[in-house]
Design a protein around this ligand. Structure first.
Ligand code: ZN
Length: 305
């Protein structure tokens, strides 16, 4: 299922997940329900009278270690991995029912979502998919952190990270229009440094963390290997970026470049883009599907476990 499909899609049948929220540690049951064309991705808090929060930029709330949506002070937290899977796999319309405030972390990647989409299948809808076609550059810079979006065919992302060892420098490039999301991005898990654990726990940010839902790093090594890719870290940043840019409300047609960015930078770009109405237009379909280019990431994928 690649993004060149020019019509909207929803899932063929309902899908259920359960787990805990990474940040809250709260148990949560989640149900994805097929939705009509044109409805987009909408979260529904069934524990709060079915209060609905659409996955769009105007509902972005505080953004530190995860992306959260808020409307009338009702929160839905850590939306990025699910949104990434929906965009990456090509699901336009779905209702996401949750009975708590945070999306379950599952294995820390978006692979469980993609596998569930593969097992139920997608249903093509009658409405043509609209893309957010980038007409001119929009950039956000903050010190050494940078993110920008530029005109271009397809949906190309280039991400560079530079973390302390053992991660170091990694760069990865992918074009979602060629359908590489499922194999190259979805399996990449979130990660954290052991030395930050106490601080993050004190801040209440990783109450649900365990070695089953994140790569744990010390300064010397990966503590709970093996990695799914040698460059799994930068691939996970790409996964997050796709999920955060989903908040533009439509798939992007253009090129995104990110360096040492994170959720705050990703969502700042969405908000700047939404404000600058001359930077984009709504367009049907890609003008052309970009030729797959050789991956610029330095390392080859390892076997997916
Ligand atoms: Zn993430």
């Amino acid at each position: 299922m690649a993004l060149e499909a020019h019509f909207e899609h929803t899932i063929r049948s309902e899908i259920e997940f359960s787990g805990v929220g990474l940040h809250s540690g709260a148990p949560v049951s989640m149900r994805l329900i097929p939705a009509p064309a044109g409805s987009g991705i909408v979260f529904r808090r069934i524990d709060l009278d079915n209060f609905e929060i659409a996955a769009v930029g105007r509902n972005v709330a505080k953004v530190s270690y995860a992306t959260s949506l808020m409307r009338q002070s009702v929160l839905i937290s850590t939306t990025e991995h699910l949104l990434s899977a929906l965009i990456g796999y090509g699901v336009d319309n779905v209702i996401v029912e949750v009975d708590n405030l945070e999306v379950p972390i599952l294995d820390g990647s978006s692979l469980p979502y993609v596998q569930a989409f593969q097992s139920v299948g997608l249903k093509q809808q009658r409405r043509k998919r609209e893309y957010l076609k980038i007409l001119k550059e929009v950039e956000v810079r903050e010190g050494s952190k940078f993110i920008g979006v530029y005109p271009g065919s397809g949906y190309r992302i280039q991400y560079t990270i530079d973390f302390p060892q053992p991660i170091g420098y990694e760069m990865f490039t992918v074009d979602l229009a060629t359908g590489d999301y499922i194999n190259l991005i979805a399996p990449a898990r979130t990660f954290g440094f052991k030395e930050d654990e106490a601080m993050l726990r004190d801040m209440g940010l990783i109450r649900g963390a365990s070695p089953d839902c994140a790569i744990i790093l010390s300064r010397q090594r990966v503590e709970n290997g093996p990695l799914r890719f040698n460059d799994e870290f930068v691939r996970h940043k790409v996964l997050d970026l796709i999920g955060d840019l989903a908040l533009a409300g439509r798939r992007i047609q253009g090129r995104v470049v990110a360096e040492r960015a994170g959720h705050a930078m990703h969502t700042a770009l969405v908000q700047r883009l939404m404000r600058d109405r001359s930077a984009w237009e709504l367009a049907h379909g890609y003008d052309e599907v970009a030729e797959p280019e050789p991956l610029l990431g330095r390392l080859q994928p390892a076997t997916v476990s």
